[in-house]
Design a binder for this molecule. Sequence first.
Ligand code: UD1
Length: 342
Amino acid sequence: MAKKILVTGGTGYIGSHTVVELQASGYDVVVVDNLSNSSIDVLDNIEKISGIKPQFENFDLADSAKTSDFFARNAGIEAIIHFAAYKAVGESVGVPLNYYRNNLVSLMNLLDCQRKFNVPNIVFSSSCTVYGQPEVLPVTEATPRKDAESPYGNTKRVSEDILNDSIAAYPEIKGIALRYFNPIGAHPTALIGELPLGVPQNLVPFITQTAAGLRDELKVFGNDYDTIDGSAVRDYINVVDLAKAHVIAIERLLEGKNKKNYEIFNLGTGTGLSVLEVVTGFERATGVKLNYKIVDRRAGDVEKIWADTTFANEELGWTAEKGLDETLLSAWNWEKKVRGIK
Ligand code: UD1
């Protein structure tokens, strides 16, 4: 019988791509999402790709009674992938309690249920934000974490601590935290992708919306950083590559291939690209000219960060495969599909 995996936040951007990859590997996926930042239609689009509509429940994982009731009714879940969380850095500064409550309480409720209902495995969505601005690049998993720049960033840091301490205390639980660098792009079918509500905060959705005519111009935040061209540098990773790493992490836990009860992996490409290199890449990949201007730095941004992927490559046997142009083209194809552009 197919192994049952709970994907929280499974209608979201990274979650939906991961559901598709899990289904392709033969897993039986159950999605829980409160649709606070996603649409129910995503389930139909997942079905168009995989042929399977995942079982779905709409509730808030910060509600412990509902979470417990869910597990009581859904026996046999062997692992959880926990994506469901708020993720807007700027917003988190204004409403920190919403971020702490949502992001931390939901994780604690899941861990409680893992113990109560014998769900042994969890994969957690963490972020390279826990490194802040590292002294040495690229960053390995052993690079020290820094104080967070935002309540959002702090929820990732504290969530990792909650996992670490809980797994140390309760050996029946095993976990993997995946520290994502900057996920971009969309599924090659253009049936699922990133769909931010309101004005996009992240670079690539802002680029594609500008190209689609929804925004007048991209603002490039800063050109006086100590980088190749003065704009800030990040490690942009294709979302399908990222999704595949989750399937490998799940297999690792289910097959007992993990070396420690709690493990951490960086998920990136290992290459840093500047904002202007991404802009140029978009123009090259799509043939669409992008209107942009240089403005001041954005508060809270780090100058440059990219991953050392050795540990993920060697231990997980996973490597990011898709190149920048293919990835940016997939983001553009998704934007065009959403906006009805031919
Ligand atoms: C940050 C966090 C990441 C988090 C994500 C959630 C870090 C290192 N990364 O990503 O962990 O998951 O937010 O939203 O803290 N840019 C522009 N113009 C724009 C938008 C962005 O120039 O309109 C630039 C930014 O200044 C940055 C780069 O593009 O240099 C990427 O920005 P963004 O996509 O927002 O991601 P991060 O801030 O790196």
